[in-house]
Design a protein around this ligand. Structure first.
Ligand code: AMP
Length: 281
């Protein structure tokens, strides 16, 4: 497995791969790799000839310094996981390489970033669009895989690629979950045992909503209320938002007849978890 720390090194490897006519997929991550990330890698290996994983805890997308400091980092273990997972190359730049002292250009997302996570995490999505643009520039992929767990991020990245003609095919990958339904996340390791036991309430609440929808309840407000009631009944969860929105525009909808997506953010102590459920037939 190759390991690169600078854009020119990653770019020259990518150029060689593509000159052989091989399809290259990138899986951008912030490390502390878990089975959710590995699911993206496995999917990437099916749809592409070569897979490069990027590992970079991007300071630009953390709106709180404490969250950035507490974010788990495990580069040695991550490299083993990538090697065992059949990854061809890892691009793991330092923050100084990505953002040298005179760094000054940012990629600003549009309306999709104004809702849901946006107001809760000022600057977060501009950090994401900036780093994704840089990671694409360094790795020059044909395909990039992003998890549906970060649903709004996936929508914003699709828009970024369309708006800036980046020429990368974006593939959304299904949410991988723990045995009790909790969406896998690098942040889960920071939950106490009690919070961890309680955290499955988030996916259960989404489950209640989609079951109601399949049973014929199509009022978005009722679906939201049912999910909210379950989360409110749990001891450790502090709900931040729970919304039913259009799957493409992310704007609120009242009538869920034609589907949509329910997105949730909740705090367990000082750990913020997000999850979502797509409503589609
Ligand atoms: P992160 O390291 O948290 O930035 O995640 C890197 C990529 O993995 C993002 O595209 C995430 O959406 C995706 N991802 C993280 N957790 C999961 C999960 N449980 N299921 C599917 N994709 C995930």
């Amino acid at each position: 497995m190759e390991l690169f720390a600078t854009p020119p090194a990653a770019r020259s490897w990518s150029a060689k791969v593509r000159s052989r006519g091989e399809l290259l997929a990138v899986v951008p991550t912030m490390g502390a790799l878990h089975d959710g990330h590995l699911g993206l890698v496995r999917q990437a290996k099916v749809i592409a000839d070569r897979v490069i994983v990027t590992i970079f805890v991007n300071p630009l997308q953390f709106n709180e310094a404490a969250d950035f400091d507490a974010y788990p980092r495990a580069i040695e273990g991550d490299l083993d996981v990538c090697r065992d997972g059949g990854v061809d190359a890892v691009y793991a730049p330092t923050a100084a390489t990505m953002y040298p002292a005179n760094f000054q250009t940012h990629v600003q997302p549009g309306a999709l970033a104004d809702r849901l996570e946006g107001p809760m995490r000022p600057g977060h999505f501009a950090g994401v669009t900036t780093v994704v643009t840089k990671l694409f520039a360094a790795t020059q992929p044909d395909i990039a895989l992003f998890g549906q767990k970060d649903y709004q991020q996936l929508a914003i990245v699709r828009q970024l690629v369309a708006d800036l003609d980046l020429g990368v095919t974006i593939v959304g990958s299904p949410i991988r979950r723990e045995f009790d339904g909790l969406a896998m996340s690098s942040r889960n390791v920071r939950l106490t045992a009690n919070q961890r036991a309680d955290a499955a309430v988030v996916s259960r609440a989404l489950g209640v909503a989609i079951t109601s929808w399949h049973a014929g309840e199509h009022r978005a407000s009722t679906l939201v209320e049912r999910a909210r009631a379950l989360i409110d009944s749990s001891q450790h969860a502090q709900l931040e938002y729970l919304e039913f929105v259009d799957a493409v525009t992310l704007e609120s909808v009242d009538d869920a007849t034609n589907g949509g997506v329910m997105l949730v953010a909740a705090w367990f102590g000082d750990v913020r978890l997000i999850d979502n459920q797509i409503f589609a037939r």
